[in-house]
Design a protein around this ligand. Structure first.
Ligand code: ASP
Length: 438
């Protein structure tokens, strides 16, 4: 006997999770900005942030991060096994790669064009620049130091883990993805009782992860409010105003990518209405904004892709999991803008060929950056050094980075979700993509 879906419970109607998240989001944001403006210096506000808002947000973030490695591992092994044959894997893998390259190149190009037109690096008053550089100098020095040992070749070589257990301990998701895919391919070819038991166990792990995520996600509205409160109460809007031109350029470029490029691709190749996409994708986009981390958002991204956007499970698991670390449109766009912005600021002239090289490095940088808060900063430091721009210049933008990080992570996750819808369209055996009903 089939049952009606659990969307309209009898009795007192419960508020939908995404509505609760939106309320938490607005409350946290509004209260944080108000607190910063009214009682920004008060000791009790500092205590409130440190002992209440921060820990609440951290509990949520840690619970999500706790699930990332088992989830990525099990989702990919199963994604590959469920595709059934290596040919399907090759096809979806190839399409995912093409998607990543096309949308990332588009994103970086938009960013680079906007930064060339608006020239935000030329408009910073020297006294403001001096203060910003001084306040960010310590962290900028640390970030610039981290770039060592990461070269273009290393990014490629590091895909293969020497020791998968170590890679898991280091949270090295690309290496885990590689390992899980190899296991999945071998398990698909070798259909022995042993491999079936293994796949069954991985399936159990995946189901357990999903159950845990279901519990953790219930905390999201409160955590979103706490995370936004502590960020905005601490930062306020002052720095945003000082770097308004830079922030405006980044936000404008992110908006063009998210509200023009991705919707057009969604409509033409995914044949889905952008309006229903954005409505259904809301939980993932809000989680991305409040956590600033594609990896921490992955559990929600998978849930949204499968349950709200109707993407078939193997496609969703493959595209969203790989995409969470390799497909970072917002990050690549931000890297392009920041490199050119700092070149303008320091008066470094980049030839056309050098600008094309910056574009290529940013595309690689989007693939190589970790899906964690500030994951792109070491990559930017590396690119700056390559082009003779002082990497300490990152200090200039650190004050606004958190806000921009939140925004670019939304675009990163949006790119993964649109990609999963588009790729699902081209899978002959995939069921039709029907956005969930409200
Ligand atoms: N926070 C971004 C993400 O997780 C990475 C970055 O741009 O720093 O997607």
């Amino acid at each position: 006997m089939s049952q009606a879906p659990d969307t309209a419970p009898v009795g007192k109607p419960r508020m939908a999770l995404h509505t609760k998240m939106l309320i938490g989001f607005i409350l946290g944001l509004g209260a944080g900005i108000a607190a910063n403006m009214l009682v920004g210096e008060a000791a009790w506000l500092d205590a409130l942030i440190r002992y209440v808002a921060d820990p609440v947000g951290q509990v949520f973030l840690r619970l999500l991060f706790m699930l990332v490695i088992p989830l990525v591992f099990s989702a990919l092994v199963l994604g590959v096994v469920e595709l059934g044959d290596p040919q399907a894997l090759g096809r979806i893998g190839g399409r995912t790669l093409i998607w990543i390259l096309v949308v990332t190149v588009a994103a970086v190009t938009i960013g680079m064009i906007m930064v060339s037109v608006f020239q935000p690096g030329a408009g910073i008053p020297p006294d403001v620049a001096g203060t910003l550089l001084a306040s960010g100098s310590e962290r900028a020095g640390q970030i610039a130091g981290q770039r060592e040992g990461v070269s273009g070749v290393d990014i490629l070589l590091n895909i293969i883990p020497r020791n998968p257990v170590q890679a898991a301990a280091d949270g090295d998701l690309i290496a885990i993805i590689f390992f899980a895919m190899m296991l999945g391919i071998a398990a698909t070819i070798l259909r022995t009782p042993g491999t079936k038991t293994f796949v069954g166990a991985v399936e159990g792990l995946y189901e357990i992860c999903l159950k845990l995520i279901d519990w953790v996600i219930q905390l999201a509205p409160y955590a979103v409010a706490a995370l936004l409160f502590s960020i905005t109460a601490r930062l306020g809007l002052d720095v945003l105003v000082q770097l308004a031109q830079f922030v405006g350029t980044v936000m404008g470029a992110l908006a063009v990518h998210t509200f023009v490029v991705l919707p057009v691709l969604l409509l033409v190749f995914g044949r889905m209405s952008p309006m229903s996409f954005f409505r259904e994708a809301q939980p993932a986009l809000l989680t991305a904004f409040s956590t600033s981390s594609s990896s921490a958002t992955l559990p929600t991204t998978l849930m949204v892709a499968e349950e709200n956007l109707g993407v078939p499970r193997p496609v969703a698991r493959f595209v969203c999991t790989v995409g969470s670390t390799a497909n970072m449109n917002g990050t690549a766009l931000f890297e392009g803008i920041t490199v050119l912005f700092l070149a303008q600021f320091f008066g470094v002239d980049l030839s056309f060929v050098q600008q094309v090289l910056v574009l290529l490095m940013c595309v690689l940088g989007g693939i190589g950056a970790a899906g964690v808060p500030g994951g792109s900063l070491p990559v930017i430091a590396m690119i700056l050094v390559m082009f003779g721009i002082p990497p300490e210049g990152i200090g200039l933008i650190l004050g606004v980075d958190r806000f921009l990080d939140m925004s670019r992570t939304v675009v990163n996750v949006c790119g993964d979700l649109v990609g999963s819808v588009v790729i699902a369209r081209y899978e002959p055996d995939a069921p039709a993509v029907v956005p969930g009903e409200d």
